[in-house]
Design a protein around this ligand. Structure first.
Ligand code: PLP
Length: 376
């Protein structure tokens, strides 16, 4: 199978030999403490280095008490939703958005509204109209979930003026923003836009990120940054869920930051992913029908393709999987599913360079043959 469906890192992106050394050091240095319970909020040694790391890399001025270590950033999404969203309350998401965030909001029975994105990210003009309309109807938005940099599934980033406007709208219409920064460090140029939360004067942004894309997803380490009062409430919910994130994983994370293993890894894997993205978009431009639209990701793991035809990509997937190629159909990322019926997310992070070209060629063949011809 050529798997363009999942967002798994490239196997070479996980620095196994560095992690082996770190693991030994951690056991020698921490002894039993590496395998003992840690405070629910997180291992103090990890939180300490993390405050410096997020300041250096994302321009965030967080105090240790503003940080909650989570079991992957996925858990941060779940905790925030449990605390802030009651069933039926309104949550706004980008259209398309991250499937597993949508699932969290769906499981909470939230009223999810999708707002379109374009090449400059979230359409804040449509958002504003929607907010005004909702206000006229006496309805209030609780949360907006956004991935301002290299969003999943499109790889698109929000422009600086739209980011600022979003912060203003949050203040004017009294809602919170979840900033999911999972792919921020994996931008293909060396310009690194600071986190939205670093410009947040009103305390409206709940920032979350992860070691999954820059170090290793199997560690299951994410982090959430918000006002201390919010962190305390979220920590109480987390305690009920899992008592705390793996102490061993946090100690590894702390060492990986201290020893600049993450910094070096990021520099290396950014190049690796850029090569793979270039291969994928070249292959799309060569093999897909000419009337399609594709995103031009500035970073991250994914390309978003709109076929611009009356076609359901779930049907395309049925055929392509018979030919050994998987991708994720667009509808799954969208609230207004009809708008994304003809779309697909293609992940270039995990498949090998050789299989990217072959897989896209197979998809192109299927699309050219009007999706009727089964594979070989
Ligand atoms: C946008 C986004 N947020 C959050 C996550 C969850 O990552 P983790 O729980 O491994 O930190 C992912 C994983 O793919 C993601 O793409």
């Amino acid at each position: 199978m050529i798997n363009f469906a999942s967002g798994l890192p490239d196997p070479r992106a996980i620095p196994v030999s560095d992690l082996r050394e770190i693991l030994i050091e951690v056991i020698e240095e921490y002894g039993y403490k590496a395998l003992q319970y840690a405070p629910t909020r997180g291992l103090p040694e990890f939180i300490k280095v993390l405050t410096r790391f997020v300041h250096k890399t994302r321009g965030l001025k967080a105090l240790p008490e503003d940080i909650l270590i989570t079991t992957g950033s996925q858990q941060a999404l779940e905790l925030i939703t449990r605390l802030f969203v009651n069933p039926g309350e309104i949550v706004i998401v980008e259209e398309p958005s991250y499937i597993l965030a949508l699932n969290v909001f769906k499981l909470r029975n939230a009223n999810i509204i999708g707002i379109a994105i374009d090449e400059n990210g979230l359409r804040v003009d449509i958002l504003e109209d929607t907010l005004k309309k909702l206000r006229r109807e006496g309805k209030r938005v609780k949360l907006i979930y956004t991935m301002p940099l290299h969003q999943n599934p499109s790889g698109i980033s929000m422009s600086l003026d739209r980011r600022r406007y979003l912060l203003e709208l949050a203040e004017e219409h009294d809602f919170l923003i979840i900033e999911d920064d999972a792919y921020a460090l994996l931008g293909f140029d060396d310009l690194l836009t600071p986190a939205l939360a670093s410009e947040d004067r009103f305390g409206r942004v709940l920032y979350l990120s992860t070691l999954s894309k820059t170090l290793a997803p199997g560690l299951r380490v994410g982090y959430l940054i918000a006002h201390e009062d919010v962190i305390m409430k979220l920590a109480a919910i987390k305690q009920a869920c899992d008592l705390g994130t793996s102490t061993l994983s946090q100690a590894i994370g702390a060492k990986a930051i201290e020893k600049s293993v993450i910094d070096k890894n990021v520099e290396r894997i950014k190049r690796l992913y850029k090569i793979k993205m270039d291969l994928m978009i070249e292959a799309i431009d060569e093999f897909f029908p000419k009337h399609i639209w594709r995103s031009s990701p500035g970073g991250g793991f994914y390309v978003w393709v709109k076929l611009n035809r009356d076609i359901d990509t779930e049907e395309v997937l049925k055929l392509s999987s018979k030919c050994g190629v998987l991708f994720t159909p667009g509808k799954r990322f969208c609230v207004n599913q009809d708008l994304c019926r003809d779309a697909m997310r293609l992940s270039f992070s995990n498949p090998s360079e050789d299989s990217i070209k072959i897989g896209i060629q197979i998809l192109g063949d299927i699309l050219h043959s009007n999706v009727k011809t089964p594979c070989y």
